[in-house]
Design a protein. Structure first.
Length: 299
């Protein structure tokens, strides 16, 4: 193999990958042309909107990522091999060893990078599905005058986040954070499908943590301050942590935090059983602000 042939193969590899990237970008741009509806149409956010966007981004970029992950080890190994065959005879063995080490290292890290991206996408989809589960359980509340919003954008330009669900009804305002966690091995004496809430911490079959509790409380505090600034009214916003697929057992405690914990199937009955805290006028004012904030989904 001579230099012109080697350069041809490397050039062809780069040209082929570049053409694929360019064509995918062109097709993505073409999808936005000649839409059958108004270009400024905005829809309300659906349950798990943020998670679904991240999953779709991985699906769109996954093919490119797979090409990059497969080409980098081959290209680096081929380049070093081409240099190695031109070394003096006494240095070629060392060059071959270096080529093998570089190829194996880039192969390992490329495969690991792509595998982690695929795993993250799977976790995102699990989170999206969990938010869909909670959203379905909140749907019956609408028949009783409740307004339900999903994936509510919040925060500042520097620090953005989203509130998974926000329920506004006669019993008040509830910020509902969804955490969808896989089940794993249980410690002796623990039910593998039950999580205990003692008012302060979550006791899982494998251990204890506060995952989701503090987040729900922070989001409730943020919305309390936001709605006060927007409609000049002080409201009590209740944080709730929803755990799809888990049996939630409550263990009474004297030191109980603000956040409630519930299985999604129990949410509707818990919210409906509360005392009346908001008038229809207040519900309408809060809902109008939330609808304006959440109606930002375009094509």
């Amino acid at each position: 193999m001579n230099w012109p042939t080697e350069i041809f193969y490397l050039g062809y590899l780069a040209l082929f990958g570049g053409c694929i990237v360019a064509m995918l970008a062109w097709h993505r741009q073409q999808r936005k042309q000649r839409l059958p509806f108004a270009a400024d149409l905005k829809l309300l956010r659906a349950p798990g909107e943020t998670q679904l966007r991240l999953v779709r981004r991985f699906e769109e970029e996954g093919f490119i990522g797979m090409i990059v992950a497969s080409v980098v080890p081959a290209a680096s190994g081929m380049s070093l091999l081409l240099l190695t065959v031109r070394l003096p005879q006494e240095l070629q063995l060392g060059g071959a060893a270096l080529t093998l080490v570089v190829f194996l290292a880039t192969f390992y890290y490329s495969a690991r990078w792509f595998s982690r991206r695929a795993q993250e996408s799977g976790n995102r989809y699990l989170g999206y599905f969990g938010e869909r589960v909670v959203a379905e359980q909140l749907e019956p509340l609408k028949a009783y005058g409740w307004r339900i919003f999903h994936d509510v954008p919040g925060g500042t330009t520097e620090h953005r986040f989203n509130l998974d669900h926000l329920a506004v009804g006669p019993a008040g305002v509830f910020v509902i954070e969804t955490k969808t966690r896989r089940k794993g091995p249980a410690r002796p004496g623990f039910d593998p499908g039950t999580v205990y809430f003692d008012g302060g911490s979550l006791v899982w079959p494998w251990g204890e943590d506060n995952h989701g509790l503090e987040q729900a409380e922070r989001h409730a505090d943020w919305f309390t301050a936001t709605i006060k600034a927007e409609i000049a009214e002080q409201l009590t916003v209740t944080p709730v942590l929803a755990l799809p697929g888990w049996v939630v057992a409550l263990k009474p405690s004297q030191n109980s935090r603000r956040c409630r914990v519930a299985n999604p199937q129990d949410l509707s009955s818990q919210l409906l059983s509360g005392p009346v805290a908001l008038t229809e006028a207040q519900i309408s004012r809060i809902s109008a602000k939330l609808e304006a904030r959440c109606r930002d989904v375009d094509y």
